[in-house]
Design a protein around this ligand. Sequence first.
Ligand code: ZN
Length: 375
Amino acid sequence: MSSHYDVLGVSRDATGEEIKKAYRKLARTLHPDVNPGEDASDRFKAVTHAYEVLSDPQKRRVYDTTGNENGTDNGFGGGSYSGQGFAFQDIFDTFFGGGGQGGPTSRIRRGQDALISVRIDLRDAVFGVNKKLEVDTAVICPTCEGSCCREGSHPVRCDICGGSGQVQRAVRSILGQVMTSAPCGSCEGFGTVIKDPCNECSGQGRIRSRRSLTVKVPAGVATGTRIQLSGQGEAGPAGGPAGDLYVEIRVNNDPTFVRDGDDLHASLNIPMTSAALGAELTLDTFDGQQEIDVRPGTQPGEIITLRGLGVTHLRGNGRGDLKVHLQVETPAKLDAHQEDLLRQLAKARGEQNHPGKLAASHGLFAKLRERLGSM
Ligand code: ZN
């Protein structure tokens, strides 16, 4: 016959806590209600017996020194196991959710968290914004202030369970007849009954309400960022504390700027002549008008970087950059005079007969090649 330690799968020097843990784990899988097999029921008995011995310091000492528990064990197989000591209580705890301790449950509970989403413009993600929101959550009933009762009345003790919130029931089991407890159906386990409920909340202590609040959206948020407002979620039943409110950010697409991380990108069309001759231009950015210098000989796809004019970093200081992608516009329509000027230019540059020679590229194609070449 294997030792009690083997039965529980613990070492000889296991602590009381380890023994208890091992027993609970085994009992959960072997209990006849869960596992109706013959084998399981025999093991359940053995496991429970082993636990009974090892969880009692005195019995354990006797068992450790003599190898048996003679004289201290009243035998386990008896028909009625009427709740002496630990095992009965522990089985209660394990299988009936602590029902053995009894006691009514509180009406008051914490409310649920709530989630709403809010749309902001890219500019607001760059700098942050105070956003006004309409939220629809449970709030504490203003009439009864969470007491659930009509003014002047109070919850009264439940007649059915006598205020314990639990009713006892005899159940036949492998241990013989055991008493189990279940929440009282009359008071739903609260131990008290509200005879005269508040009109406004029907005795719930909370009502649904729409309210507006202002949320401070920090600079740097992106689509999917959640802002937690503690205690602004659903109020709990019977005046219980509210859960949290999560505000999920959605950033609208901007007609001009595209965001990549904390950098902003925009495209700027410049005439062919400006690209060739250079130009000074003024751009409208989120930070107002900015002067840029297009250098003479600018190629299509070149990027001018405006440092620190991107999105504010959500964590830490500083901002990303604004990158302006230059697109060179070729004139699509020329009048006779303009055409003549361009032909003169072409002649002066010896470009009348272009050789049409393919070559390794630069700019946009170089980037594409870089990206695709590695695939
Ligand atoms: Zn009320």
